[in-house]
Design a protein around this ligand. Structure first.
Ligand code: SAM
Length: 278
């Protein structure tokens, strides 16, 4: 099946209802945008952008799928250029064009291309943003190099929710457990070292790596209050755990160690990267 056929198929299967809703695969395209804009993930994403590049105007949104992020940025006033290689009306550039019309947006341009093959000029963008896209790169170093080339000095490269694997066995574990891999076979993931090397060799400086449990940007649809509660429970279950509420730094260290173990057992856990072109 193609990716488009996969999404059309799972929309009809009741067991995928939660996934369709939370991964923004609803047939009614604007419903996905509205849900994404309301999400804790998007609010945190916007906060990181505003904190890092408060004067940014022009965003390149790469691998935009059905347009949830590109349309949201446009609705929030940014000038958006969106690039998506898949022309699909369901989950690709065609869907984004429909949304552009529906929302009557004049501040968004839609192109069909792979990140490795874009034609924009050097230094055109204040921000390059990619959600769940970089791990699909067919050439990771070229992908990031092109994103760096089109960024201005001081610009922000922000990739969110990229699947991470630690070795080949972990990659098999990820692919075997991905709910849609059996239908379309297009999943991929890289190691943290591969992401870091690609970003740094492209001339970018990493300023923040958000590991899976560091941010709701990664662990959505879980909510941050749920994760905070689980961290509390994990610490309280350890020896003298309840007393640790009086020693916050030890408590947090213990929670982080426990959650590093939990993260290892999540197939293809996702990380996010913030880098600056200096
Ligand atoms: C998991 S989807 C994410 C879509 C969207 N960003 C979102 O978060 O809903 C990955 C997207 O990346 C696109 N893609 C795959 N390879 C790509 C590449 N080399 N360059 C740019 N986009 C790519 C796919 O067509 C797909 O739409």
């Amino acid at each position: 099946m193609t990716w488009e056929e996969t999404i059309q198929h799972i929309r009809k299967q009741p067991e995928y209802r939660f996934l369709v809703e939370k991964a923004y695969f609803e047939e009614q395209l604007s419903l996905n945008v509205e849900r994404y804009r309301e999400s804790e993930e998007y609010k945190e994403t916007l906060q990181k952008i505003r904190q890092t590049t408060p004067n940014a105007k022009r965003i390149l949104d790469i691998g935009s799928g059905n347009g949830i992020t590109a349309i949201s940025f446009a609705l929030d006033g940014y000038d958006v250029v969106t690039v998506e290689p898949d022309p699909s009306q369901t989950i690709g550039a065609g869907a984004i064009r429909q949304l552009k019309e529906e929302y009557r947006l004049s501040n968004i341009q839609v192109y069909e291309a792979f990140a490795e093959e874009i034609n924009f000029k050097d230094g055109e963008f204040d921000i390059v943003f990619a959600r769940q896209c970089m791990h699909h790169a067919y050439d990771l170093k070229k992908f990031v190099a092109e994103m760096s080339r089109v960024l201005k000095q001081g610009g922000m490269f922000f990739t969110v929710r990229d699947h991470v694997i630690f070795d080949e066995a972990d990659k098999v574990f990820f692919l075997e457990n991905h709910p849609l891999q059996k239908y379309y076979g297009g999943e991929n993931a890289f190691t943290p070292q591969q992401y870091t090397e690609a970003i740094e060799t492209a001339g970018l400086t990493i300023v923040e790596v958000l590991k899976y449990f560091d941010s709701v940007i990664n662990y959505f649809p879980e909510e941050s209050k749920t994760i905070a509660r689980r961290k509390k429970e994990v610490v309280e279950a350890t020896r003298f755990g309840k007393l640790l509420w009086y020693f916050p730094s030890i408590r947090d260290r213990r929670a982080n160690i426990a959650f590093e173990q939990i993260e290892k057992n999540i197939p293809g856990r996702m990380y996010s990267y913030i880098a600056i072109k200096k």
